[in-house]
Ligand binder design. Structure first.
Ligand SMILES: [Zn+2]
Length: 204
């Protein structure tokens, strides 16, 4: 079993190598719940390629710094709010990935259009109305529209995915980005039909 820090850094590297994040202002953020009260947070201004045990931060659930090794990402506001409201969440990934962000700019949620969304996303991927990033209003919008699911789009911003562990969270992020690309292509060539009565569907 890998140490949580190794897994955290490996997940950050996978996000970068898969093209889900880029350097600089388009980086997003990633966090992991070490225990009930401690959160490992990616820093601001440092490439995921360069993440190490020497430049990650640890905060408690109230936002107090426990280990301060690098510039703080202000995204911790919504990461901590999600951890406070969702005890099942152990990892959070926020990206500005290309296709998911295109849907955010067009203010389009992803309705339930593929069976895989039930497993990977917990249903549809709703879109949270715009609020100033890292404000109380923004946190409320995220919590309301994430609900009990695993992914939410943020209008005019990007994507947030949550998971029971880092691997699960990464897979959801990868899935939603690919789904967003397919959905945008499908919309450009015709109508996209929602799967009806999905709550009654049991496909294993
Ligand atoms: Zn962002």
């Amino acid at each position: 079993m890998k140490d949580h820090l190794d897994m955290f850094i490996e997940t950050a590297h996978r996000l970068k190598s898969s093209g889900l994040v880029s350097d600089g202002v388009n980086k997003g953020s990633i966090s992991y719940r070490i225990d009930d009260d401690h959160i490992l947070m990616s820093p601001s201004k440092i490439s995921y390629d360069d993440l190490s045990e020497n430049n990650t931060n640890i905060m408690n659930i109230n936002g107090d710094l426990v280990e301060h090794n690098a510039p703080i990402s202000r995204d911790y506001y919504f990461h901590l709010e999600i951890y406070r409201k969702r005890s099942d969440v152990k990892a959070i990934i926020h990206t500005h990935s290309k296709y998911a962000t295109a849907l955010c700019l067009a203010n389009k949620k992803i309705p339930f259009i593929l069976y895989g969304m039930k497993f990977h996303c917990g249903g549809e991927v709703d879109i949270a109305p715009f609020a100033f990033p890292n404000s109380t209003e923004c946190n409320k919008s995220i919590i309301d529209h994430l609900a009990d699911r695993k992914a939410v789009l943020l209008q005019n911003h990007g994507l947030i995915c949550v998971g029971e562990d880092l691997i699960n969270c990464f897979e959801t992020t990868e899935f939603v980005e690919a789904l967003s690309e397919s959905y945008i292509h499908a919309l450009s060539i015709g109508s996209v039909y929602e799967i009806e009565k999905w709550k009654e569907v049991n496909y294993g």
